[in-house]
Design a protein around this ligand. Structure first.
Ligand SMILES: [Zn+2]
Length: 56
């Protein structure tokens, strides 16, 4: 597995602020679950519209 894994430790996640250069706010990424909560994700994430890899 490549890329950096970011842990999410906030109780109330902030709204997503990552936006691709093409304007899309949707990305694919590897995610880690704890029960039904996402506890982490891998970087970079990939834009679902243009396919560009983006690192926040
Ligand atoms: Zn894009």
């Amino acid at each position: 597995m490549s890329g950096e894994v970011i842990s999410i430790n906030r109780k109330a996640p902030e709204p997503p602020t990552l936006i691709c250069a093409c304007g899309s706010g949707w990305f694919t990424a590897l995610v880690c679950f704890d029960g039904q909560s996402v506890t982490g994700y891998s970087l970079p994430v990939k834009c679902i519209d243009c396919g560009q890899e983006v690192t926040p």
